[in-house]
Design a binder for this molecule. Structure first.
Ligand code: NAP
Length: 315
C-alpha cells in the first residue's frame, strides 16, 4: 500500500509518498481502504520534531474515513466508516492508504454523508462533543462561550451547542469572521482584537460553560463565567501559560476541568454523523487536496489563514 511518511524531522517537504507493507488485521480489527484524512496541528509538530514521535519513519494522521475491504466483526465489505483514532490503528496513522482498525473504534458513516464531510467533522466534532456534553454537561437553555469560533473545534462546537438549545457566544479576529460565525448560528460574536471577551460576557449575563481553546485567555474565561460556572480546558492556541486571579475564581466557585486528548464515544460520533446527514450541522472544509500534496497542506495550515479543515483525499 501507499503511505505518506517522513523519515527525518524537517520542513513540509520531508513528507514523501512511500510503498509500505499492507497491515494484516488482528481478529478484533477491520481492514479499511482510506479515502480521506485531515491535517491537524499535531501533524505539523510531529513532522518538525517539536513533538518527537516514537519511531521513524512515521505516518501522521489522527483520523480517517474509508471503505471496509472485507466482512469482519459486524462490518460488511463496502461499508463507509470513520475512525478518530487512526494514529493507534495498525498501519496508521491516517495518511496511509489502508488501516486495520479495532472494530470498537469505527463509526458508521450514513449514506448521504461524504468521506470528506465525515473526516472534516471527525476529531474536531468528537472533541467538541466531549467538551460540551461529556465533560461540560451542557443543558438546554444554558449560556456557553466557545473561544476561537473559526477553529475546527470551535466552528462545529457552535453548531452542536445551538442544536442542544444553548445560547452561544464566540470569538473571532475580524469583521468578516464575525459575520461568518453569526451565519453558523452564534448569538454573540466578540472581536477579541477589539474588545475584552471577559468583560463583554460579564456585562451580558455570564456563561454557564466556557470552552477554553486558547489557554492564555483563562483569566478572561474566569471573568466571563457565571457564578458556579464550568470551564473546560481543551486547547492552547494562545500558549501554555496563563495568569489568573485566584480570589475571583475561588469566590465565584468556578470549576476548571482539563480536557486533553478528549474523544467522545463512537456511539456519540455516530450521532454527530447523523446530524450531518440531516443537514443540522455542517463541518467547515477549507480545502481538499490529493494526498500527494500533503506537504502543501502542511504549509497551508501553518500559514493559519484558512477557516475550517484541510482534507487530503486518496483517489
Ligand atoms: N483536547 C483535544 O482532544 C483536542 C482535539 C483537537 C484540538 N485541540 C486543541 O484545540 C485547539 C483548536 O484546534 P483547532 O485545530 O480546532 O484549531 P484551528 O482550526 O487551527 O483554529 C485556529 C483559529 O483559532 C483562532 N485563534 C488562534 N489563536 C488565537 C488566540 N490567541 N486567541 C483567540 N483565538 C485564536 C484563530 O481564529 P481568529 O483569528 O478568528 O481568532 C484561528 O483561525 C488547539 O489548541 C488544539 O490543540 C484539542
Amino acid at each position: 500500500m501507499k503511505a505518506i511518511q517522513f523519515s527525518h524531522y524537517g520542513d513540509p517537504d520531508v513528507l514523501q509518498i512511500q510503498e509500505v507493507a499492507d497491515p494484516i488485521p488482528a481478529p478484533d480489527e477491520v481492514l479499511i481502504e482510506v479515502k480521506a484524512t485531515t491535517v491537524n496541528r499535531l501533524d505539523l509538530f510531529q513532522r518538525n520534531g517539536s513533538r518527537p514521535v516514537e519511531k521513524l519513519p512515521f505516518t501522521p494522521g489522527l483520523e480517517a474515513a474509508g471503505v471496509v475491504l472485507q466482512d469482519s466483526n459486524n462490518f460488511k465489505a463496502g461499508d463507509h466508516v470513520l475512525t478518530t483514532r487512526a494514529s493507534q490503528a495498525r498501519g496508521g496513522g491516517g495518511y496511509a492508504s489502508k488501516l486495520a482498525v479495532p472494530a470498537r473504534d469505527l463509526a458508521r458513516i450514513p449514506a448521504n454523508v461524504s468521506f470528506e464531510q465525515a473526516v472534516a467533522a471527525g476529531l474536531t466534532a468528537s472533541t467538541a462533543w466531549g467538551s460540551l456534553f461529556d465533560l461540560g454537561n451542557l443543558q438546554k437553555g444554558e449560556r456557553v462561550l466557545i473561544w476561537a469560533g473559526s477553529s475546527g473545534v470551535g466552528s462545529i462546537g457552535i453548531q452542536l451547542a445551538k442544536q442542544a438549545g444553548a445560547w452561544v457566544a464566540t470569538t473571532a479576529s475580524s469583521e468578516e469572521r464575525v459575520d461568518a460565525l453569526k451565519q453558523l448560528g452564534a448569538d454573540l460574536v466578540i472581536n477579541h482584537r477589539q474588545q475584552s471577551v471577559g468583560k463583554v460576557l460579564q456585562e451580558t449575563g455570564g456563561a454557564n460553560l466556557v470552552i477554553e481553546l486558547v489557554s492564555s485567555s483563562l483569566q478572561e474565561s474566569l471573568q466571563a463565567a457565571a457564578p458556579g460556572g464550568r470551564i473546560i480546558l481543551i486547547g492552547n492556541l494562545g500558549g501554555k501559560e496563563a495568569t489568573v486571579d485566584t480570589q475571583a475564581w475561588r469566590l465565584k466557585r468556578v470549576s476548571v476541568l482539563g480536557g486533553g486528548q478528549l474523544h467522545t464515544s463512537v456511539a456519540n460520533e455516530e450521532k454527530f454523523l447523523q446530524l450531518i446527514a440531516e443537514k443540522a450541522i455542517t463541518p467547515l472544509v477549507a480545502r481538499t487536496l490529493p494526498i500527494e500534496q500533503a506537504a502543501e497542506a502542511h504549509r497551508l495550515l501553518d500559514a493559519g489563514e484558512l477557516q475550517g479543515k484541510i482534507v487530503l483525499r486518496y483517489v
